[in-house]
Structures are given as C-alpha cells and as structure tokens.
Write a new protein. Structure first.
Length: 122
C-alpha cells in the first residue's frame, strides 16, 4: 500500500498533509507516529472529566496535529470542541452533545489508527 492509498483508505487528505509537511517522507514519518502520539487520547481523557481548560488545550492540540496530517474529520471535530471550550466563549453545546462528539472522535480515530497500523505492517 502506498502512502496515498493509506490516506484514501482512512478518509484523510493526503494533499493537505503534503502541503503542510512538504515532503512525502515527513508525511510518512508523522503519520506513523500518530498512532502512539497520544493527542487524541489526551482529548478523550479531558472529555471524560469535562474540565474546560483541559478540554480547550487538548482539543486545540488535536485540531493542529490532525489538521497538519490531513486527518480532516478528526481536525474538524476537535476544532468544534476547541471553539466550544475556548476561554471567553459562551458554551452552546450540552454536555451530552460534547460526549457525542467525543464518541465520534474516538470511533474515527480508532478506525484511522487501525488503517495506519496495517500500513506500517505493510
């Protein structure tokens, strides 16, 4: 499987990752690290405790990492939570809505991570 095929299989944007990282070798390096980098796990942990400051920081970090790697579905959902918990912003989502977004993040992340593991195992 090529790196581009991996991106197609996991529903990610290879061209976005290449625009940001500029070299396919770097895209490959960082997508391999994504499985164990913990950025999504930190967001899920913060969500379990519903701590506003931690939620913002974790969601903002996940948005950036996922966006840079072209993992747009994850980046978009993390962005939604970052804006929900951005200091100074009024909350518009219920806790149940936030938990539903976190559940979707976990589901999408797990599916992407499995695809990346299959790519790594080659």
């Amino acid at each position: 499987m090529t790196l581009r095929e991996l991106y197609q299989n996991i529903g990610a944007d290879y061209d976005q990752a290449l625009r940001v990282l500029r070299v396919e070798k770097l895209v490959d390096k960082h997508i391999r690290k994504f499985v164990n980098n913990g950025v999504v796990s930190q967001l899920l942990e913060a969500g379990a405790q519903m701590e506003s400051a931690r939620m913002f920081e974790a969601a903002h970090a996940a948005k950036g990492v996922c966006g840079n790697l072209g993992l747009t579905a994850l980046s978009d959902m993390a962005s939604q939570l970052a804006e929900e918990y951005r200091p100074g912003n009024a909350r518009h989502m219920s806790d149940e809505d936030v938990k539903a977004v976190l559940q979707r993040i976990e589901t999408v992340h797990d599916a992407m991570a499995e695809g990346i593991r299959q790519y790594i195992e080659g």
